[in-house]
Design a protein around this ligand. Structure first.
Ligand code: SF4
Length: 71
């Protein structure tokens, strides 16, 4: 599973960091999301999906590996 973030859309609410701090962080200066890793290990999948679901600005996109390879 692959995850991407749209920093232009992010409003810095930090919900994703609360959901899965292993994958998301926030920039110190403005709170905008920072992606720590694009590839999501199996054990974090559910939490990353939850992070995408709770993101108020829909800035998080989750794709299966096959979709990511297809572009
Ligand atoms: S939950 Fe969404 S809006 Fe909030 S910090 Fe994460 S990416 Fe940005």
């Amino acid at each position: 599973m692959r995850v991407t973030v749209d920093q232009e859309r992010c409003i810095g609410s930090g919900m994703c960091v609360l959901a899965v701090g292993e994958v998301f962080d926030q920039r110190e200066e403005d709170g905008v999301v920072r992606l720590l890793r694009e590839d999501v290990p199996d054990e974090l999948r559910d939490r990353v999906r939850r992070a995408a679901a709770v993101c108020p600005s829909r800035a998080i996109t989750v794709r299966r590996d096959a979709e990511a390879q297809a572009g």
